[in-house]
Design a protein around this ligand. Structure first.
Ligand code: ATP
Ligand code: BTN
Length: 317
């Protein structure tokens, strides 16, 4: 009932009395008042004026299922990790397109066993379950496609010229704003499912410890607070476009755009964590999403799966 009242208030710019709302929904004024109180407790800014009624100021950053325009959705106030929840749902038989979001993530994961620091109600923690008809070796391309969608929407919503650090970070001024973690369940030649998890630093005012130097948030960069639901809804429509294109024409369609916004291009880089260290000048990705590094006059393709990229002098970017 509270969301029905909320949606009526969202559709009205003027004050609506308890009686008017009650008549629309067939409930008493007291019941309207009770639900309005609950909405206020959730963080919605609702002005109540006697003899006039209620009016919503729809700019509070309140996250819940009602704010997300998507049917195949799991929203939880708290989860260990949206990727883990997505995998649990996939193993229980959930279908492609399931989207999991939470307000607080208590055991967020980064790549290569690292952890993702999640501040309650300030960041975005979300994962999408996908079952594309691709080979397991192509799965890391999903990270790059998600990166393209995220770069587009951040640029559109904030005006920031964010860049992509191959393979899985979105950065601004050399600091990390977004991390993407793609996980997969597969057999030799068949993908069972892929989970693409995305963490975005949205309204954090600052960071602690090592992240002070390394991390950025949209708020720090723009001085503006954002409604996380606006970012989610924008992401869902952009990612659908990108995913459909990927399923139809593969990663090839994205190569030019990826390279245009890839922060590593023409930088002296080295790989860390792979079988052998490759160093040279990054030249952009190929149609398989591998990073081409010009090393000893040879273009060496680097597979995203198991490596991190650093500048030759060990800096992050
Ligand atoms: P690469 O992405 O090139 O492998 P990386 O250092 O960014 O290098 P990842 O494993 O991708 O490593 O990302 C995890 C790292 O992200 C952590 O080691 C931590 O330094 C950083 N990190 C964790 N939480 C956040 C956050 N909320 N914002 C920005 N960075 C974070
Ligand atoms: C990285 O930079 O290494 C990737 C970080 C990915 C973090 C997101 S937050 C939502 C999803 N759930 C997780 O546990 N991790 C990803």
């Amino acid at each position: 009932m509270k969301y029905k009242i909320l949606n009526i208030l969202k559709e009205n710019d003027n004050y609506l009395s308890g009686e008017e709302i009650g008549n629309i929904l067939g409930i008493s004024r007291a019941a309207v008042w009770k639900n309005i109180t609950r909405l206020k407790e959730m963080g919605y800014e609702i002005d109540s004026v006697s003899n006039k009624g209620y009016k919503l100021f729809d700019n509070a950053d309140v996250l819940n299922e009602n704010e997300i325009n998507y049917d195949n959705l799991i929203y939880k106030a708290e989860l260990d990790s949206t990727n883990e929840e997505c995998k649990r749902q996939a193993n229980a038989g959930c279908c492609s397109g399931l989207f999991v979001v939470c307000d607080q993530q208590t055991a967020g994961k980064g790549r290569l066993g690292r952890s993702w620091v999640a501040e309650k109600s300030s960041g975005l923690y979300m994962s999408m379950l996908l079952k594309p008809d691709i080979m397991p070796v192509e799965a890391p391309q999903m990270t790059l496609v998600a990166g393209i969608a995220i770069r587009r929407i951040i640029n559109r919503l904030t005006g920031l010229n964010v860049e992509i650090k191959w393979p899985n970070d979105i950065i601004i001024n050399g600091k990390k704003l977004v991390g993407i973690l793609t996980e997969m369940s597969a057999e030799m030649e068949k993908v069972n499912y892929i989970v693409v998890g995305i963490g975005i630093n949205v309204n954090m005012a600052g960071f602690e410890g090592e992240l002070k130097e390394k991390a950025a948030s949209l708020y720090i960069e723009t001085g503006r607070k954002f409604k996380r639901s606006d970012i989610i809804n924008e992401f869902l429509s952009e990612f659908k476009l990108c995913y459909d294109e990927f399923c139809k024409n593969g990663f090839e369609s994205f190569v030019n755009e990826y390279n245009e916004y890839c922060a590593n291009v023409n930088k002296a880089v080295k790989t860390v964590g792979g079988k052998e260290e490759i160093s040279g000048i990054a030249k952009g990705v190929n149609s398989r999403g591998e990073l081409l590094i010009l090393s000893n006059d040879e273009l060496v393709p680097v597979f995203a799966g198991e490596v991190s990229l650093r500048l030759s002098d060990d800096r992050y970017i």
